[in-house]
Design a protein around this ligand. Structure first.
Ligand SMILES: *[C@@H]1O[C@H](CO)[C@@H](O)[C@H](O)[C@H]1NC(C)=O
Ligand SMILES: *[C@@H]1O[C@H](CO)[C@@H](O)[C@H](O)[C@H]1NC(C)=O
Ligand SMILES: *[C@@H]1O[C@H](CO)[C@@H](O)[C@H](O)[C@H]1NC(C)=O
Ligand SMILES: *[C@@H]1O[C@H](CO)[C@@H](O)[C@H](O)[C@H]1NC(C)=O
Length: 265
């Protein structure tokens, strides 16, 4: 039931859902490997992990997951320090606005490289270790992977790819005892939207609008996602694999699988 003592790699750990998950895992006394691009931010999150559990065993790795050599370093450093990998949380992700009429190929490559290609390579290199421990993989996807939305085309395509990878990989690895699932958050209060191009005023409007687009009447919190990631990573979910779990205040149920919704993003 517990993840105490298990070695968990979390990408995108320097902010948002990744940071929240790292802190929660630290509290539960997992051995946490925090991967992020920004050294300062990663150090800040590491100190929050220590505040949650002063005895926690941490490894911080400054790396950009779109860099193939850096991915090798993530695996090597983790094995050198902890000798094994039990949990892989593929969380690093970016969003970028644009429709088919105005998304550049540079934007497309940036989103797909970060949200899918990186996961593919990191997962590929982690799998031999996960098979040894009969570990778990949790991919952080999005409600945008399950339902069509306009205005963030490359992001939606990348997240649907993550969902399908999750299901296919689950089937490939089930005979080897490795479970693979994703969480699909709705709107969660993090930096991702502003980094993707929203200004503060647009963001506040977007959050207000989220009160009507989510059945539970609000955007979600990082902790609510972290708790679900923990559930999927732990043996509490021992009979669940290949699942894309919406953690979105009911939003997926409000959008038809066939008729999209325009995001004023
Ligand atoms: C680092 O943190 C600052 C302050 O929260 C934030 O503005 C910035 O986007 C972060 N950078 C990265 C790469 O996470
Ligand atoms: C992943 O990156 C490694 C280098 O770390 C490279 O050798 C390998 O070909 C890459 N795999 C894929 C699927 O891109
Ligand atoms: C990619 O990662 C490697 C290993 O950490 C590093 O030496 C190299 O400078 C990185 N490349 C870029 C473009 O950041
Ligand atoms: C991109 O095109 C869509 C229509 O396809 C439009 O609604 C949106 O405002 C455009 N965005 C930019 C930045 O031009």
């Amino acid at each position: 039931m517990s993840i105490k003592g298990l070695v968990a790699i979390i990408t995108g750990a320097s902010s948002g859902i990744g940071a929240g998950t790292a802190i929660f895992f630290a509290e539960l006394d997992a051995k946490v490997v925090l991967v992020g691009r920004n050294k300062e931010n990663l150090t800040t999150v590491a100190s929050k992990c220590y505040a949650a559990n002063k005895d926690v065993n941490l490894l911080t790795i400054v790396a950009d997951v779109t860099n193939d050599s850096a991915i090798k370093k993530i695996i090597d450093d983790t094995i050198n320090k902890f000798g094994q990998i039990d949990i892989l949380v593929n969380n690093a992700g970016v969003i970028s606005k644009g429709s088919i009429e105005n998304t550049s190929m540079e934007q497309y490559d940036y989103v797909m490289n970060t949200n899918i290609r990186s996961i593919y390579n990191l997962t590929m290199q982690a799998v031999p270790h996960l098979i040894k421990t009969k570990g778990t993989i949790v991919n952080v996807s999005s409600v945008n992977g399950m339902r069509p939305f306009c205005g963030v085309l490359a992001y939606c395509v990348s997240k649907t790819a993550v969902d399908q990878f999750t299901r296919c990989l689950a089937l490939e690895l089930a005979p080897k005892g490795v479970r693979v699932n994703s969480v699909n958050p709705g709107v969660i209060e993090t930096e991702i939207h502003k980094r993707g191009g929203m200004n503060e005023e647009e963001y506040q409007k977007f959050l207000k609008h989220s009160q009507t687009t989510h059945a539970l009447g609000r955007a979600g919190t990082v902790e609510e996602i972290a708790r679900t990631i923990h559930f999927l990573a732990s043996s509490d979910s021992s009979y669940i694999t290949g699942a894309n779990v919406p953690v979105d205040g009911g939003r997926h149920a409000m959008v038809s699988p066939y008729n999209g919704e325009f995001i004023s993003f």
